[in-house]
Design a protein around this ligand. Sequence first.
Ligand code: SF4
Length: 705
Amino acid sequence: EESGVNLKKSVSTTCPYCGVGCGIRVQVSDDDEIVAVEDDPDNRSSEGMLCVKGRFGTSFVHHPDRLTTPLIKENGEFREASWDEALDLIADKLVNYRDDNFGTLCSAKASNEDGYIQQKFARLIMQTNNIDHCTRLCHSPSVEAMLASLGSGATSNSYTDYENAGCLFVIGCDPTSNHPVAASRMRRAVVEHGAKLIVVNPRRIDMCDYADLWLRPYPGTDVALLNGIAKVVLDEGLVDEKFVANRTEGFEEWERVIHNYRPERVEEITGVSANDLRRAARMYARPPIPDKVPFAAASPTSVSPLPQGQGTGVRGYAGSCLIWGMGITQHTNGTPNAHGLLNLALVTGQLGFPGSGVSPLRGQNNVQGCGDAGCIPDNMPGYQGYRPEAMDKFEEAWGGQPLPGIRGLVITQIVQSIGEDFGVKAMYITGENPLLSEPDLNEAAEKIADVVLPATSFAEKDGTFTNSERRVQRIRKAVEPRGQSRPDWEIICDLGRRMCRKLGLPLEDQFTYRHPSEIFDEMARLTPIMSGISYDRLDKEGGIQWPCPTPDHPGTPYLYADSFPRGPRAMFLGYEQGPLSDERPNRRYPLILNTGRILYHWHGGTITRRVPGLLARSPELEVSINPADGEKFGITDGQEIRVTSRRGELTGKALYTDRMRAGEIFIPFVKLSESAANFLTNSAFDPDTMIPEYKVCAVRVESAE
Ligand code: SF4
C-alpha cells in the first residue's frame, strides 16, 4: 500500500521451494498479482522465518514464459491447441500403450492431491506401477535403507529437535544453501543452546564456521568413515547397551563387519585423522546436555514444553540428530552410506526421543508427500506395499477393477528402456524437467514431448504439501490461473474420464471430484498414516505431522518411541567400503567434479532463472576451484573456462576458493547457459536404488579462450 499498490487480500499458504515447508502469506493486489510475500509466524515448521527464495522468489507465477495454452507438436513444431484437442489426442494415443508400455513421472513440486490422482490414473487406467518421482534422484538410498532397517522411509523427528539436541551431525549436505531455515535452527542450536556441531563435507561449507569438528573425507569414502566412527563407539564403550539389546537385531553380524575398521586404517582410506574419528564418535554418542531445550516434547504426540533436562538428557547425556543430504546418497555406494548412518544411530540409541533422530533433508517442497501419495513403483499410497489386504482395499474403493500388484520400473529404468522392444513407449511427465535432472544429459535429451499441457502453479490452486518433518500443510489459491492453465489433478481427471470412455471402462466417477479436499479425503480414508487429517483440521489447527490415524489424534512429532514400523526391533545392516566411485581421476581427466545447489537458484533453475531478483544475485555459472589447481592448469580467477568429462563439456567462470580441496571442483547443477553440470555427470548408479552418481566424476579444466 505504501508503494501505491492496492492490496486485495493476504493468503496463507506454503513456500513452493524446499522441503522445509515454510509458511508464507502471499499479498495479492487488485490486479490479481502477487506483489509481496510475508512470513507466517503461526506456521509451526518455520515460526516466522523465511529464506530469500521464499520471500522474494514467487514472481515466476506471472512470468511471460508461463505456458498458457496446450501445445501439440506437428512436423517438429509446437502449435497451440484447445484442451479438448490435446486431451483427446493423448487419450487416443495412450489407449495403445497400457501396461508395461507406459511410465509416468510425478512431480514433487505438485500437491499431494495431484500426485495421488496421477498414480491412481497410472495404476487404475494404465494398469502399471511404472510410477516414480524425483526422490529417485535424491533420497532413494535413504528411503531404501530406512525401510529395510526401521520400516519407514520418513524423517524420524522434527525441526524443533535440532534445537533440543546436544549434538548435530551434519553430513553430505549444505543446509545454508539448500534448506536455509533449517540451517537457522541448527545455528541457533549451536550459538544459543550450546549444542555441538560435527560437519562432514569435502567442501568447506558455511556451516563449518559454527562447527566443533569438520571432517573432510575423500569423495566416496563415507562407508569407511561411518564404520570407523562406529568402531570407536564399540571400542570405547559408547554403545547404548539397553537399546541394542531390547530394540535391535543383527548386531553381531554388523559388529563383525565393523571390526576391520580401525581408526588408523580408516584414516588411510578417508584422509580423516584417527583422532578426529574418535572425537566425532564421542561427541555424537555422548553429547552434553544443551543449555536450553526449548521445544522438548512430553510424548511422541505432544509438543508442550518441558523443563530443561527432561525429554533429552534422561540418560545423563543429550540426544544427537543425524542430518544428511545428497552427498550421502548420490553415489554408487548410496545405500551402504545411508545404512552406515542408521547403524550409528542404532548402536548409540540416538532414536525415539526428543533431540535425537535421523533426518534426511528432503529437497523439493513435496517430495515427502509425493512418496506418501503413492508416486513410487513399489508401494500403494501410504507405504502399504502390494500386500493382498491393501490391494483388496484399493480395488474395492477404486471401482472393483483389478490393479497391478508387482513392483514397477524406477525412472532411471524407464528412461533406459525407451527404444527397447519391450520398453516404455509413452510417458506422462508432470512438473519435471528430466532433461536437466538426469545424469549424462546428452543421452536423455533425445526424448522430447509430443504434447505439452499448461498446469497451474502452487499459487493458483488449493491442496496440500507434506514437508520434511512429515507435516501436512495447506496450500491455498491466491490468484486466478494464468491463461488456460489448470491444476494437475484436474487435467489428469479429465484425461482419465476420456480414457474411460474410449476403453469402455465404467470408472468415470473415479476421476470426478468437485474440489481437491475430496481427493484428500479419499487418500486419507485409504491411507492409515493420514486417516485422521482433513482440510477442516488443517484449516483450524495448522499443519499436522503424520502418523495421525484418527480425527482426535494430535499428530506425531517424533517416531520410534517404543517400536518400529518393521516390528519391535530395528535392523543393523553392515556394509564393507566398496570401490570409491565408478570413475576415478586419471591423466586425461585429473580432477573430481562434485555437483550441488546454491542459495539463489532452485535445482535446474527453471523457476529461479525467471525471478529477476534471484537471477541478478547469481547470473552466471561459477566453477569453484582451488587456486593451486588454477595455477596448475593455467587458469586465472574469473576466467571463462571449459570443463570436460568423458560425456560432455560446459563453460563457466572460474571461482578461486580455498573452500575446495586441490584435486576437486564444484559446479552447481543450475542451467545458466547452454550447458549444465549434468552434461558431465556419470550415469553409473547405486545398484540397490538406481540413483546416479552425481557427486563424483572425472573431469579436466582448461581456458575456454
Ligand atoms: Fe522456502 Fe525452503 Fe526457504 Fe523455507 S527454507 S522459505 S521452504 S526455500
